[in-house]
Ligand binder design. Structure first.
Ligand code: B3K
Ligand code: ZN
Length: 880
């Protein structure tokens, strides 16, 4: 294991490598415990580099078995080899030469799941960010692009399937039951996009004809017997390919596109050129085993990885500081895809909720970093909500500022200019500047400054003068001491809302306004609108046009007004949600008991109105009726957080709304009962979500999960079953009916690990101080494994990040459990261990006793020897 060495990599230290690797020929002889890798690298010394400059290649836990230069075995004094580095000092004077390297690997022992490893008997690889160096010594950096030819040999019986990137150019039999395949990828790529898969899997095939008429074979590989469950993923893939042509003019470029689903995977999926490797939970779905949310995730992630073919693979990143160049942009593209496939407003609300739940706390705590970080000690710790989600918001703001046509022109220019290159954020922005004639210098601060800017808003109306004055001040509270905090270019989409629609104005000054966008550029703007006939309420940040907060929010009356009257649907949701958060915060502060009223009459009336309003789509109503989570309330409270008080307020709020609108919810529950067969489409999913919300309120109104038990027993799909089981396990965790339902679920799915993950997660998130005992007991269940990231996330991850009362037990046992689990996992999978630790990122906001307990648990972890660089990095920053 790599332990902490204290090295910090800095953006300003970037310089191109002395050598290039123009071709990479790999030959794998696959054996579970003794794989041999022979790499032949076609090297070119960069112009101007002296011939005696050593070639220094990256490695990680490697064993060198042989080395040749230009076909000649190198004398021992010609190089030095360590597990993490191979330095060749004795090199030819010619600018081009070959280096042949032989390494031996033990894939079966690789529990880090980086490099070449085994998952359920299948050989597979994960190389991003720095996994390729666990396969062979290499210039393992994204700006070294190479053309790969890969020969794979294996016993035909163990691995009938031999896959790598690009197109298959040869295959055949060998002696003793072995066989081989050779793959060639004509597109130069960085090593992090290399992939190899070998094993015995089933396949689903289809095809796609690109816009220029080329036929592409589509193949999805899954465990034998699971083929029918890959149908939705295949459909999503074809829709993604078509959409990228229509929306962005991007066409696929190889003869084949393959996806392989594996069960041991550190993340969601990986965009290796032509050979995507997926966590099987993001491929496999049918109505019996997957929820509507699972279907939506599959659609989004299939699209995301496919879209990387242009944004990431054809144009990659110069260095890992530029990670958002591919990730933020690709998230933006997958968001747009889902918005087009589903409902735009509903999708946007879901994105904003996610951003606020994950990115805002990150940006407000000890792990805050700019969208483009400037330093890292472990790059895997920077695949964050800030890089991905805020990175996507930054791209969205560019579109808002330029408008859709100029945005598209800028992106086209970026593709034209940088195809086949490893690019930077500066080059990305320059393409938009050149295509639109807009100066983005100030806008670029979004990539540099960590923290969420806050807007304070004031307004006044002069009826006689028909003048409305809006004062907006931006302030960036730097989460990192010494971080810059200059005024940003913030695009604020807006409308002036009156009782019957948006109010016209004749002139405005004090800020640049284009269409419905105010461009904030100064610390403070006083914007004067002339010719305003009646007093308006300003609806700001429509569509969440910038990732900022607004404090203080408008008063209750204005929020209620916007929730009822904003012509923008997103704006109505935003106002309602602000109103609800405020009243729930107040209830938590008052330590309201479970019977107290949380909401005033106006708010209850808005809720009831939306619940009953057939003009809204079902999914929108469901989102409006979903209360902010306990973590959401905690985030809004900000400090001295008492999770128990928040939980009590949450229960009281659910009960009050359940009672107030019981009749409406009963009608919805019965009226939306399923008819006909299940379909995962967005409209059907919307109906199920509204009915399930109604069910939840009915259960809360009566404080019993009897109705949920009935749904659980009758349901014909996993969406309804999992939701009903959650209600039972969370409302009455120890009731006989709950225990029976959990047993029935386990009996049915015990051999289906990704379905059992729901069973773990439901129990881990039950808001009850005793849940910790349950979680500990569940680690001993036969279905649990400390080696599998999905199991770890669904039990320990769900408990620590998704169970505020259970995890934040006042006695600190929750924190101790997490830290001990992290120490255990860190021994074999540092990446997953470090990710789990981010559940502690908001510890400084807890009330004092819990804060102290959290600190003690982390300090005990920090005192352990041999922590990985991954965990040490998160721990040091979190405790700092
Ligand atoms: N690019 C990969 C993530 C790799 C994470 C490495 N720690 C998946 C994605 O974002 O599409
Ligand atoms: Zn990505």
């Amino acid at each position: 294991m790599r332990t902490e060495t204290g090295t910090v990599i800095r953006l300003e230290d970037y310089r191109p490598s002395d050598y290039l690797i123009e071709t990479t020929d790999l030959a794998f002889t696959l054996e579970p415990e003794g794989t041999v890798v022979r790499a032949k690298l076609g090297i070119r010394r960069r112009e101007g580099i002296a011939a005696d400059t050593p070639l220094s290649l990256d490695g990680d836990e490697l064993t060198l078995a042989g080395i040749k230069v230009n076909g000649e075995t190198l004398a021992e004094n010609g190089y030095t080899a360590a597990p993490d580095k191979l330095v060749i000092g004795e090199l030819p004077a010619d600018d081009t030469f070959t280096v042949e390297i032989e390494t031996t690997l033990d894939p079966a022992a690789n529990k880090q799941l980086m490099g070449l490893y085994r998952s359920n008997g299948t050989y597979c690889t994960q190389c991003e960010a720095e996994g390729f160096r666990r396969i062979t010594y290499f210039l393992d950096r994204p700006d070294v692009l190479s053309v790969y030819t890969v020969r794979i040999e294996a016993r035909a019986e163990d691995a009938p399937l031999l896959l790598s990137n690009g197109n298959r150019i040869d295959s055949g039999s060998l002696e003793n039951g072995w066989h081989y395949a050779v793959w060639h990828d004509p597109f130069p790529k960085p090593s992090y996009l290399f992939a190899l898969v070998a094993g015995n899997l089933g396949v689903v095939r289809d095809s796609f004809t690109t816009m220029s008429g080329r036929a592409v074979a589509l193949e999805i590989y899954v465990e034998h017997g699971k083929e029918p469950r890959a149908a939705y993923a295949m459909d999503a893939l074809k829709r993604s390919m078509k959409w990228d042509e229509d929306a962005f003019g991007r066409e696929y470029d190889l003869d084949v596109f393959m996806i392989v689903a594996v069960s041991d995977f550190n993340m969601g999926a990986m965009e290796n050129k032509g050979l995507n490797v997926f966590n099987d939970k993001y491929v496999l779905a049918d109505e019996r085993t997957a929820t509507d949310a699972d279907y939506a995730n599959i659609e989004a992630i299939i699209a995301h990885e496919y879209f990387h073919n242009w944004t990431g693979n054809r144009i990659t990143c110069r260095d890992w500081f530029q990670l958002c160049l591919k990730e933020g942009l690709t998230v933006f593209r997958d968001h747009e895809f889902s918005a087009d496939m589903r409902s735009r407003t509903v999708k946007r609300i879901a994105e904003v909720k996610l951003l606020k739940a994950h990115q805002f706390p990150e940006d407000a705590g000890p792990l805050a970093h700019p969208v483009r970080p400037r330093r890292y000690s472990e790059i895997n710790n920077f695949y964050t909500a800030t890089v991905y989600e805020k990175g996507s918001e930054v791209v969205r703001m560019i579109r808002t500022i330029l408008g859709p046509e100029k945005f598209r022109a800028g992106l086209d220019l970026y593709f034209d200019r940088h195809d086949g290159e490893a690019a930077t954020i500066e080059q990305f922005l320059k393409a938009f500047e050149d295509a639109s004639g807009t100066d983005l210098t100030q806008f670029a601060l979004w990539y540099e400054q960590p923290g969420t800017p806050n807007l304070t808003v004031d307004s006044k109306f002069d009826q006689d003068a028909k003048r409305f004055t809006l004062t907006i001040e931006q302030r960036l509270k730097p989460p990192i001491e010494g971080a810059p905090h200059q005024a940003m270019h913030i695009p604020v989409k807006f409308g002036l809302v009156g009782a019957s629609g948006d109010i016209e104005w004749t002139a405005a000054n004090g800020a640049e306004i284009t269409g419905d966008v105010i461009h904030l550029r100064q610390p403070k703007h006083e914007i004067v609108f002339e010719g305003v006939a009646e007093r308006p309420v300003a609806s700001l940040l429509r569509g969440f046009s910038a990732p900022v907060t607004v404090y203080p929010e408008p008063d209750d009356a204005d929020l209620a007004f916007l929730a009822r009257n904003d012509s923008d649907e997103y704006g109505r949701w935003q106002a309602l949600s602000a109103l609800v958060v405020r009243q729930m915060k107040q209830a938590a502060a008052k330590q309201a008991d479970a019977h107290a009223d949380v909401f005033d009459d106006a708010t209850c009336e808005i809720f009831t109105g939306i619940a009953a309003d057939e003009d809204y789509e079902h999914a929108f109503r469901a989102l409006c009726l979903t209360l902010p989570s306990e973590n959401d309330i905690a985030r809004e409270i900000g400090n001295d957080i008492d999770p128990d008080a928040i939980h009590a307020a949450h229960m009281a709020a659910s009960r009050q709304l359940g009672r107030v609108a019981e009749g409406v919810f009963a009608r919805l529950f019965h009226g939306l009962a399923p008819t006909g067969s299940y379909s995962p489409d967005a409209a059907s999913a919307g109906k199920r979500s509204l009915r399930n919300i109604a069910l939840a309120y009915l259960c809360h109104a009566d404080r019993t999960s009897d109705l949920a038990a009935k749904v659980f027993a009758d349901a014909d799909n996993m969406t309804d079953r999992a939701h009903a089981l959650t209600l039972m396990a969370h409302l009455q965790p120890r009731a006989d009916a709950t225990l029976d339902a959990l047993k029935a679920f386990q009996a049915e799915f015990r051999n289906e690990p990704i379905v059992m993950d729901k069973w773990f997660m439901i129990q881990a998130t039950a808001p009850d101080a005793k849940t910790l005992d349950t979680v500990k007991a569940l680690t001993n269940q036969p279905g649990f494994s400390w080696d599998n990231p999905n199991r770890i996330r669904s039990l320990i991850g769900a408990f620590s990040a998704g169970n505020p009362t259970g995890f934040n037990r006042a006695d600190g046992e929750g924190y101790q459990f997490l830290c001990q689990a992290i120490a255990r996992i860190d021994g074999h999978n540092p990446q997953v261990a470090a990710r789990l630790l981010t559940a502690m990122r908001s510890w400084k906001n807890l009330e004092q006793a819990r804060r102290e307990q959290a600190r003690m648990a982390m300090t005990a972890l920090a005192s352990k020897q041999h922590l990985s660089r991954d965990v040490r990095d998160i721990l040091d920053r979190t405790l700092a």
